[in-house]
Design a binder for this molecule. Sequence first.
Ligand SMILES: NC(=O)c1ccc[n+]([C@@H]2O[C@H](COP(=O)([O-])OP(=O)(O)OC[C@H]3O[C@@H](n4cnc5c(N)ncnc54)[C@H](OP(=O)(O)O)[C@@H]3O)[C@@H](O)[C@H]2O)c1
Length: 329
Amino acid sequence: MAKGSSLVGSCHSIPEHELPSSGKRMPLLGFGSAASPLVPETVKMAALEALKLGYRHFDTAAKYGSEEPLGEAIAEALSIGLIQSRDELFMTTKLWCGDAHGDLVVPALKRSLEKLKLEYIDLFLIHWPVSAKRGTYEFPIKEEDFLPMDFNGVWAAMEDCQRLGLAKEIGVSNFSCKKLRDILAIAKIPPAVNQVELNPFWQQNKLREFCQENGIFLSAYSPLGAIGAFWGSNRVLESEVLKEIAKAKGKTVAQIALRWIYEQGVSIIVKSFNGERMKENLEIFDWSLNVEELKKMSQIPQSRGVPGKHYTSKYGPFKTVEDIWDGEM
Ligand SMILES: NC(=O)c1ccc[n+]([C@@H]2O[C@H](COP(=O)([O-])OP(=O)(O)OC[C@H]3O[C@@H](n4cnc5c(N)ncnc54)[C@H](OP(=O)(O)O)[C@@H]3O)[C@@H](O)[C@H]2O)c1
């Protein structure tokens, strides 16, 4: 379990981790809301179901199109008494590349807050370490629209978001050790979190060590390999190693993958819009993997499942996927 994490303090039995600036406690299992195609009503209904089951941490992004339905779900949850106060929630959203320009950051967060119907966000992340032409929002980003990010200007504006009380904590996503070092060198407020792909097939050993040494908390996206998504594969849920462990323990493959991530001291963002699977994903906190099982999982061949090809361009700062990750492949 990570330093600062604990099983106490949560009435929903999801352990939490206390973040440094605000002392806000981040539930270590959160509801992911990226889907393609995204149906707003489905997100709203799924979020309400998640709230009923005990989820309190919701992950969204300006780019996902899920801020509005999440905002509606929260408003409804408050009105029907499912939650008593917005403060019971831990909400994360992300800055899109077209707004990753110093003067556009605060207005972008204000727009996200308006969609979410919130006065503050718990965690605001830079979505990818690259900018796009000012105010452009299409995805994939046009090759000619990529620009290097002005880390000084953008990070200073992220810090403004925190100083203004619009964000309790600020952080990054898809940052390599090298890029984290660059941010740490200029930051007055260091990033609290780096949200990255992390699962048994991309264990991120180097990044985990770096983040632990530098007090940056890691959050795992695509914990199940994003099966069914255009950016994902079935390699986690169809893994023979995981299937064997799951069978022996009477657990599902998904639970083995999620439990393994939790045992690495990392928070998990998992997407399911299905009530049964949402419940299944919550049932990972009262048992553990043994030494032999952990050893088998540590031997799984490693590679990125989300290399970020969409963020490379002959005109932009990243010509190849190796450039995005500074060779940390
Ligand atoms: N920062 C970034 O750049 C970034 C990138 C990717 C994702 N994210 C965030 O992380 C979240 C999670 O990652 P992800 O959506 O990429 O992938 P994921 O959570 O690894 O996988 C989601 C897929 O797994 C299925 N699933 C969920 N629980 C399951 C279970 N117990 N058994 C079998 N299948 C199950 C879901 O289907 P059902 O819905 O049908 O259950 C869905 O198809 C996203 O939603 C998003 O919030 C962030």
